[in-house]
Write a protein that binds this ligand. Structure first.
Ligand code: DP6
Length: 400
């Protein structure tokens, strides 16, 4: 039987300028532009196999991490599949020899190599992998920016995972969303020295989902109006320039300021939304103190923290400063899980900026497990097509 498939992986991205708020919830059109760093798939990725065959039983089927999920009518996944089928139909209309895949059922299996509940943007990499795998299966001519229009409707932040490197999601102006898409600001190789340390603060499922949290903010926060009109637009320009110029101090300053602005509008929501906890705030204090001491000794900023809709910290730093950052976090936040140390930073000599005041951390540091684990990664490339030997589906189209 004729059966076609494509397996891909797609990366996680962590925003420096945050997306928070929709002007159109059905099309997922944001109230402001945003910008993120794509993280390396060597450490964090979603892998997805999409397959189609005329012989499959009617109806599309989807498995996430081995469990079958319902594709609900009119839901986000169905919207993405319908849009991809439409583009496939255009291919078939132009080429009568092309198999009529747009009419056949789909089988999709996806898995994340990191815990979904850890709050590590699994929806972004997952949706990007879904869209990219089907675009490969259907041999679509669309560019990554065009594919991002579809991924955006699966989960807003997913549109930025269609590129590697440094990626902007331009909010656009149109009511139909045709100009609300991702563009690459710089690729990975422009600034490969950007590393990221993820401090997993809690493995518990997040309290308020991004989707419902941001709509409550749109409905009730007056501060959000100031943020979207006056704060984000100049920051988008400034951070893009900082990336082009590889100016880490400006990049870090804007990243921390925007994380704090985002959590401020969460607090300004009624009822208020709290994503940070005491451990998150303690990490902020340590990074702020490292930066204060570095500036005082005449150097630039050494690290930037940023937090999404949960308590986990992501710390951006230049590769040369990562041994010092990891060793500092290790000292004050001993983890419950072993650190795999993929870049071998624990064994490297390092010195904290002179004058660092240990008193910013509570006496004796935090109890073991306050940070459960560390993931050290770096800026990475965009979605990858994988060989069929990596397929997650068997010949019948069910997970292996
Ligand atoms: C805090 O993309 O998860 O991570 O579009 O409703 O699926 P939906 O929301 P989602 O929101 C992510 C919000 C954020 C900031 C960001 O990634 O820019």
């Amino acid at each position: 039987m004729a059966r076609y498939e494509a397996t891909v992986s797609a990366p996680v991205n962590i925003a420096c300028i945050k997306y928070w708020g929709k002007r159109n919830t059905a099309l997922i059109l944001p109230t402001n532009s945003s910008l993120s760093v794509t993280l390396s798939q060597d450490h964090l990725r979603s892998t997805t196999t999409s397959s189609t065959s005329q012989e499959y039983e009617q109806g599309d089927r989807l498995w996430l991490n081995g469990r079958e999920e319902e594709i609900s009518k009119g839901g986000r996944t169905e919207v993405c599949l319908a849009a991809l089928r439409q583009w496939r139909r255009e291919v078939e209309d132009k080429d009568s020899a092309a198999p009529k895949m747009s009419e056949w059922p789909l089988r999709i299996a996806s898995y994340n190599n990191f815990p979904t509940a850890a709050g590590l943007a699994s929806s972004a990499s997952g949706l990007a992998a879904l869209v990219y795998s089907i675009s490969q299966l259907y041999q679509l001519p669309q560019t990554p920016s065009q594919l991002s229009l579809i991924a955006r409707q699966g989960s807003g932040s997913a549109c930025r995972s269609l590129f590697g490197g440094f990626v902007a999601w331009e909010m656009g102006e149109r009511d139909d969303g045709a100009d609300s898409l991702a563009v690459q600001v710089a690729d990975r190789d422009h600034w490969p020295e950007i590393h990221a340390l993820i401090c997993v603060v809690s493995d518990a499922k997040k309290g308020t989902s991004s989707t419902s949290g941001m709509q409550k903010t749109v409905a009730t926060s007056t501060l959000l109006q100031h943020r979207i009109k006056h704060v984000v637009p100049p920051r988008m320009t400034e951070i893009s320039r900082a990336i082009t110029a590889k100016d880490f101090t400006t990049f870090a300053r804007l990243t921390m300021a925007d994380s704090n602005s985002f959590h401020a509008v969460c607090l300004d929501t009624s009822p208020p939304i709290f994503y940070l906890n005491d451990v998150s705030r303690a990490i902020i204090s340590v990074i702020e103190e490292l930066n204060r001491a570095a500036l005082a000794s005449g150097a630039g900023l050494v690290a930037a923290y940023t937090f999404d809709a949960g308590p986990n910290a992501v710390i951006y730093a230049l590769e040369k400063d990562m041994p010092m950052i990891v060793q500092t976090i290790n000292e004050f936040f001993p983890q419950s899980l072993d650190f795999p140390d993929p870049f071998g930073v624990l064994a490297q000599p390092s010195a904290r900026p002179e004058g660092f005041n240990k008193a910013v951390v509570r006496e004796g540091g935090w109890e073991k497990g306050a940070v459960s684990r560390l993931i050290h990664t770096a800026v990475g490339d965009g979605p990858r097509r994988l060989p069929d030997s990596e397929s997650l589906l068997d010949v019948k189209g069910v997970p292996k």
